[in-house]
Design a protein around this ligand. Structure first.
Ligand code: FAD
Length: 475
């Protein structure tokens, strides 16, 4: 330690950075964390958590509407955006304080400042204009919304960063993009009473997800009232009185209160000094790392969204933990990024694990598809047109389940559990041998005996298979 002020300097107190710092300190390392905004990072402050709270808020709309069918008389209801935002703010402040307390408990030092890298072992803390020498540096700076082409009036648009703090609910909103953030906000804002239009470059939402699931979810959201403009993007935004006029490429002009850009995220490496230190970045600015999260400079590691592997909170946490185990715990650990269960928190939710049908057909010679769509029991009394979609993809040669895709209420909860058995290598016969829980929607997963389709084809070179999901689409 003689040459260094700390064993580990972590830049960024988000999901990955906080976990890495705490675990490293647990191994006895002297750790300093710098955060330029708020402890907790994207997930806690302006990502997963506040979004899910808003999703919960939005679903009361369905509960009130459904109640009558079950004998309830619900009086007049109204929704107060200001109250929701205030309650959400209180909760994320509480969570951020817990994150801070947990850092302190493990003896991690914290500095509220932007930090930049000066060389392989030196970090500058900008707020205090001092440098710290560190044996290891961990880049855990996450990502930031990508703003896309510089169209006239782009500065009028907001991103997911700002949507959580709007003082007023937009009565009319144009959401630009078709990834999971775009569709989640489209779904929740529509239920909260906004008129939602989604404009996207592609022909369907959620590129990279299973094609049937994409179509099913698109139709469900459309039926609910979300308006999609496919193959269309804004080319100009203009402020007219209180409204924004968004001119779309195909000629239409939409009058809205807000435009939200949700066209992807980029790793937060700009101005971080990594080039100066000789750290290799890829074309979108992500830190290139090996399976142990080590960069091209041996003393500099990177975890989470800044590496652009899979941009999800649990992945960032795992990577942070594995880094600390590897470097400070003497237990080299690489994170397995295969078979990740994940959810899109629209209403209904999309839960997915493993391969899409399209990917399975490229990689396997015989692929069996089992799928079903049905009206859930709850919908029968309330007259709701909600339907459930389930699809199981099976390797026809080994019977191993390659992927499962579900659109249903609580699909996120279902897919978390399915994630375990898919990871364990479950076969379709294992599904069939499992007793159903009745009456549930999930029981269909173990009673889906009739194959919908079998594809048999020559095996292609795996190099020809497309990526499972791109960074713009991953939840
Ligand atoms: P972050 O959590 O982003 O933390 C990086 C931190 O570094 C930030 O606090 C930032 O302020 C700080 N920082 C950056 N540069 C510097 C610097 N130079 N000096 C000091 N500090 C710096 N994932 C899910 O798994 N499920 C979801 O439902 C989900 N929903 C999401 C919804 C939205 C709207 C968004 C935007 C993301 C969502 N995600 C979700 C993704 C998830 O939030 C990220 O994958 C996760 O937060 C990544 O963690 P991280 O540690 O890499 O970075």
């Amino acid at each position: 330690m003689t040459d260094f002020d700390v064993d580990l300097f972590v830049i960024g107190a988000g999901s990955g950075g906080v976990r890495a710092a705490r675990v490293a300190a647990g191994y006895g390392a002297k750790v300093l964390v710098a955060e330029e905004y708020r402890i907790g990072g994207t997930c806690v402050i302006r990502g997963c958590v506040p979004k899910k709270l808003m999703v919960y808020a939005s679903r009361f709309a369905d509960d009130f509407a459904d109640a009558e069918g079950f004998g309830w008389t619900v009086g007049e209801t109204s929704f107060d955006w200001g109250k929701l935002i205030a309650a959400k703010d209180k909760e994320i402040s509480r969570l951020s304080a817990i994150y801070r307390a947990n850092l302190e408990k493990t003896g991690v030092a914290f500095v509220q400042s932007r930090a930049i890298v000066e060389d392989a072992h030196t970090v500058r803390i900008l707020a205090e204009n001092r440098t710290v020498r560190a044996r290891y540096i961990l880049i855990a700076t996450g990502g930031a919304p990508f703003l896309g082409p510089e169209i006239p009036g782009r500065e009028l648009a907001i991103t997911s960063n700002e949507i959580f703090d709007l003082k007023e609910q937009p009565k009319r909103i144009l959401i630009v993009g078709g990834g999971y953030i775009a569709v989640e906000f489209a779904s929740l804002l529509e239920r909260l009473g906004s008129k939602v239009t989604v404009a996207l470059r592609g022909e369907n939402i959620l590129r990279g997800f299973d094609e049937d699931a994409r179509c099913f979810l698109r139709d469900s959201l459309t039926e609910r009232g979300v308006e999609f403009k496919f193959n269309d993007m804004p080319v100009r935004l203009e402020k007219k009185d209180e409204a924004i006029h968004a001119s779309l490429a195909q000629g239409e002009i939409l009058e809205v209160d807000q435009v939200m850009l949700a066209i992807g995220r980029r790793p937060a490496t700009q101005g971080l000094g990594l080039d100066r230190a000789g750290v290799r970045l890829d074309a979108v600015g992500a830190v290139c790392v090996d399976s142990f999260s080590q960069s091209s400079v041996p003393s500099i590691y990177a975890v989470g969204d800044v590496t652009n592997r899979v941009d999800l909170t649990p992945v960032a946490i795992r990577e942070g933990h594995a880094f600390a185990d590897t470097v400070f715990g003497g237990k080299p650990r690489a994170v397995d990024h295969m078979h990740l269960p994940t959810a899109v928190f629209t209403t209904p939710e999309l839960g997915t694990v493993g391969m899409t049908e399209e990917e399975a057909r490229l990689k396997h010679t015989v692929v069996d598809v089992f799928k079903t769509s049905f009206r859930p029991l709850k919908a029968t009394l309330c007259g709701s047109c909600d339907r459930v979609f389930m699809k199981i993809i099976v390797d026809g040669e080994t019977d191993r389940v390659l992927g499962v895709h579900i659109i249903a209420g609580d699909a996120g909860e279902m897919i978390q559990l399915l994630g375990i058995i898919i990871k364990m290598g479950a076969t379709k016969a294992d599904f069939d041998a499992t007793m159903a829980v009745h009456p549930t929607s999930a029981e269909e997963l173990v009673t889906l005996h009739t194959r919908t389709m079998r594809y048999e084809q020559p095996k292609l070179d795996p190099g020809e298979a497309p990526a499972l999901m791109d960074e713009e689409q991953m939840p």
